[in-house]
Design a protein around this ligand. Structure first.
Ligand code: FRU
Length: 907
């Protein structure tokens, strides 16, 4: 599209430019005078001729009958770089030199009408003046019939036509001896000059018969003077030129003013045609003589008619040529407009192409930028992903270490606590000694196993775990391991079966590692299989591989747990279990070392099956992996509940009076049992495994103290504490949190949740006991402070619970002036009437009185135990103003609050 535009443009432009263009020429024309009609006719003849030669320009200079002026103008024309000079000299001699100079410069010269004195011209064009003079002489002689007086009015003396016409006349008149030229007047070619000469020669005119003037205008000038003087009747007039037109000689002959005139052609047209030939380098005739004819009454009509016609034709031609000029001008204007339009179009196309180019470039740049942007953002995403991964890995590691410490903490606790306990006692009975020592040994083994697993894990991490396989009977090997679990299965009434498909199956495997894998899978199965469940171990061949399956019908896993079963750092929403976490992760590593596969299929509450596939033969093992090590079990496979490590209910606690009721929430069975046994020596203990169950028990018993582990499945210890502390029924019960997470932030969390004490595992049982006692003391103080005597009056648990709740509610809402009996009864879940009746029965006073009592008691505590201002204490105890508080206080205690602060009576 773009290119076709270009082609079009080039065609238009090219075609207009490729037209053959003639050379442009300038012709200089120096005219002796432009004033008279003859000369004007000459100029228009020239212009008409020029109209056929558009490449020629005419520079015209009019000397106004002045020879000097003409010389100067010739000079000026030459300076203007003319290609040719046409000259009609005013006078012959003086002009010759100037024309010679021009001709010498190589500028062609055409002499028109009047001659110069030299040969310095290319062509001469003009009428035959001598002949005209002769024609005139012949006419005069004949017209006057050979007799008469003639006056000759001559042209400018220095001009060649005047001289030649005079000579021609004289030559003819010589033939008529009866004719005399009585006077010669110098009319200098001009009408006015002729008139003046006529005025001056009236006498001669009166005697003359005919006036012959060298041109018609001079003849007319003399005629006018003669007419003035009444001489026209006797005088006749003859002129030269015979110009057409109203004032022309032709008309004068027609009108009878002139007897005759002689056509004197201007030669303007011929001069231009000759100039064109000369400039075209063509040869031209050097002398061109233009013919003349006599115009008189006999032919004037016909000739005038012809000449008028010619004139009108010439006028038409001029008009047409003018029209052509106009059209040419229009054409030029239109052509120029077209050029400008095309040039503009070209510029527009160029600009458009440029803009297009810029847009393309910009688009390309944008594309590059966009690509770079995409790359950068991809890089950013990658970096973010890597850093997120790194962050996740770090977080997982930290979490893992935190759980590891937890996992280490529990057995450590179960070693330290009974050991400490034994040491603290003066006398220990053998039963207690044995159970405590078993607990210690079992947990020491557990620790060892954990350490062993950790070391293995480190080795897998560092790639240092090597396979040392030997060819051995897989069936016998597994049977051996399964038999280790027999006792445990019997104890838990679990149907443990080993079901091999063949009696023997030789496989290349690493005893130590496969032993750990199977021990792990079996421990796991036992952990999640309830009493009466089944655990079946199968060995067979599958696709030319040895297949081992450990199946149970226990708790099972959900899809997510299953998907992450072998992930080391996966933290299932449920309680993390190192036995699973590390054990299964390690098992997978070990199986992979064997070039085998392990996977798990499980269904929630339906059971789990782990499947291991091991390749047969040893083609897949390199020689270093085929160095069997002797069968050394690094750890005795002490199973979790071996040797009755669970401490049975303590044989009859010897303590006479229990000093409080505790609710203990701990999910670790051994620790819970140990603590229960130990604490029951001093307190009533209700033990629970989860916070949810614990909360129910707490609401039921309203215990004197609560001990809870922080890390619990489901609701954790911190959430439980928060719940306890935000419920008015339980808010005053002290909470002790136990946890392996000993870091400061956990303590802060615990304290924020409202825990009264925070004990990090492993702890000394004596320390725990001390903490319990202190907390109970504080609680007792509170109870005494507010409920005092009332508590001692009743042993009824329900009543105590009611009183506790009632007092806590009142005490907590004292600052709220709107809190009254109405709200109290609503919160307690009884009607107003019931509340009044119950309080009256228990405390022997009505509720309002009890309100007042608590209010006063709280005020007293705040006065003595704090430095708070009176207004503040008044506010906290529900008085609208300090003044009212003072009055009220004095009324009931006989002391002002300030006096009481100084010397408290009856606190
Ligand atoms: C015009 C004129 C003519 C005459 C010619 C001679 O200026 O006087 O009338 O024929 O010049 O050169």
């Amino acid at each position: 599209m773009k290119y076709s535009f270009f082609l079009f443009f080039i065609f238009i432009f090219g075609s207009s430019c490729s037209k053959p263009q003639g050379k442009k020429f300038t012709i200089g024309f120096s005219q002796c005078t432009g004033a008279d009609q003859w000369r004007q006719t000459m100029l228009s003849d020239m212009k008409r001729a020029l109209s056929f030669h558009p490449d020629y320009t005419l520079l015209y200079e009019d000397a106004g009958n002045s020879t000097e002026k003409q010389i100067a103008q010739i000079q000026s024309l030459t300076n203007r770089d003319i290609d040719l000079l046409i000259i009609s000299p005013n006078e012959t001699a003086p002009i010759t030199k100037a024309v010679d100079a021009v001709f010498k410069q190589g500028i062609p010269v055409i002499v028109l009408d009047r001659r110069i004195d030299s040969e310095s011209y290319n062509a001469y064009i003009g009428g035959d003046n001598f002949e005209i003079g002769r024609l005139a002489g012949a006419f005069i002689g004949n017209h006057l019939k050979g007799k008469g007086a003639v006056i000759e009015v001559k042209g400018l003396a220095g001009s060649s036509p005047a001289q030649e016409r005079h000579r021609g006349l004289q030559q003819q008149l010589a033939r008529f001896p009866g004719i005399r030229v009585v006077a010669e007047l110098d009319g200098e070619w001009e009408r006015d000059t002729a008139r003046h000469r006529a005025e001056a020669n009236l006498a001669a005119l009166q005697k003359a018969d005919l006036v012959f003037a060298h041109n018609d205008v001079m003849a007319l000038g003399v005629y006018e003077v003669c007419k003035q003087h009444g001489l026209t009747r006797q005088l006749e007039f003859v002129g030269i030129d015979a110009l057409p037109g109203p004032q022309g000689g032709m008309q004068l002959v027609t009108d009878g003013l002139l007897k005759a005139s002689f056509l004197y052609p201007t030669g303007g047209e011929e001069a231009i045609e000759t100039a064109v030939q000369v400039l075209a380098g063509k040869a031209v005739r050097r002398e061109t003589t233009l013919n003349s004819i006599q115009i008189d009454a006999s032919n004037v009509r016909a000739i005038k008619a012809q000449s008028d016609k010619l004139l009108s034709q010439q006028q038409d031609i001029e008009k047409q040529s003018q029209r052509i000029d106009e059209l040419k001008q229009t054409y030029l204007t239109q052509r120029n407009t077209l050029y400008v339009t095309l040039a503009s179009l070209f510029v527009v196309i160029l600009l458009g192409a440029w803009a297009l180019y810029l847009v393309r470039q910009k688009q390309a740049a944008y594309q590059i930028l966009a690509k770079q942007n995409v790359e950068i953002s991809e890089q950013k995403d990658r970096i973010e992903a890597v850093s997120a991964q790194a962050r996740l890995a770090t977080e997982e590691k930290l979490r893992f270490y935190s759980y590891i410490s937890h996992e280490f903490n529990t057995p450590l606790n179960l070693i330290l606590t009974p050991a400490e306990d034994l040491l603290a006692k003066k006398t220990v009975n053998p039963y207690e000694l044995k159970t405590n020592l078993s607990l210690i040994r079992k947990n020491a083994y557990r620790l060892l196993r954990l350490v062993d697993q950790m070391l293995d894990l480190r080795k897998t991490d560092a790639g240092k775990l090597l396979l040392q396989a030997g060819e051995q009977d897989l069936v016998a090997f597994i049977r051996d391991i399964v038999s280790d679990f027999r006792r445990k299965a019997e104890k838990n009434h679990i149907d443990l079966q080993f079901i091999p498909a063949q009696s023997m199956l030789m496989v290349w495997f690493d005893r130590e590692k496969l032993d750990k894998v199977l021990f792990n899978l079996l421990s796991n199965a036992f952990k999640y299989t309830p009493k009466g469940g089944l655990i079946h171990v199968r060995v067979d061949l599958c696709d030319n591989r040895a297949r081992i399956q450990v199946q149970d019908n226990g708790a099972g896993m959900n899809a997510e747990e299953q998907a992450h079963a072998f992930d080391l750092f996966y933290t299932a929403p449920k309680h993390f279990n190192l036995g699973n976490g590390v054990g299964l992760a390690l098992s997978r590593e070990f199986v992979h070392l064997h070039y085998g596969e392990i996977d798990v299929r499980s269904e929630k509450d339906q059971g789990t099956t782990f499947t291991i596939l091991l390749p047969l033969g040893n083609a897949h093992l390199d020689p270093t992996q085929q160095e069997e090590i002797p069968d050394t079990r690094t750890l005795p496979l002490l199973l979790d509940d071996d040797e009755g490590t669970l401490i049975p209910a303590s044989p009859a606690a010897p303590v006479s009076r229990k000093t409080g009721t505790l609710v203990l929430i701990e999910d670790h069975d051994e620790l819970r049992q140990y603590l229960t046994t130990r604490l029951r020596e001093e307190f009533e203990v209700v033990a629970e495994t989860t916070a949810e169950k614990g909360w129910e028990t707490i609401l039921e018993t309203i215990p004197d103290l609560i001990i809870s582990d922080v890390m619990l499945p489901g609701m954790d210890g911190l959430q439980l504490t928060q719940r306890i502390k935000s419920d008015f029924r339980t808010s005053t019960i002290p909470v002790i949190l136990l946890t392996a997470k000993g870091q400061m932030e956990n303590r802060i969390e615990g304290t924020r949740a409202g825990a009264d004490a925070y004990i990090a595992k492993p702890f000394l049982i004596t320390y725990l006991l001390e903490t319990i006692r202190t907390a109970l003391n504080n609680r007792e103080k509170w109870q005494k402070r507010y409920m005092g005597d009332y508590l001692t009056k009743t042993e009824n648990r329900q009543e105590k619970k009611f009183l506790n709740e009632l007092t806590a509610l009142i005490e907590q809402n004292l600052a709220d002036p709107s809190f009254g009996v109405e709200q109290l009864s609503r919160e307690m879940g009884v009607s107003r009437v019931q509340l009044y009746r119950k309080v009256q029965a228990m405390l022997d006073k009505n509720v309002n009185e009890y309100f007042t009592e608590i209010r006063l008691k709280k005020a007293k505590v705040l006065l003595v135990e704090t430095n708070k201002a009176m207004s503040e204490i008044a506010g906290e105890t529900g008085f609208s103003s300090p003044a009212y508080f003072t009055t009220f206080f004095k009324q009931h205690t006989k002391q002002t609050p300030s006096e009481y602060r100084k010397s408290p009576v009856g606190v």
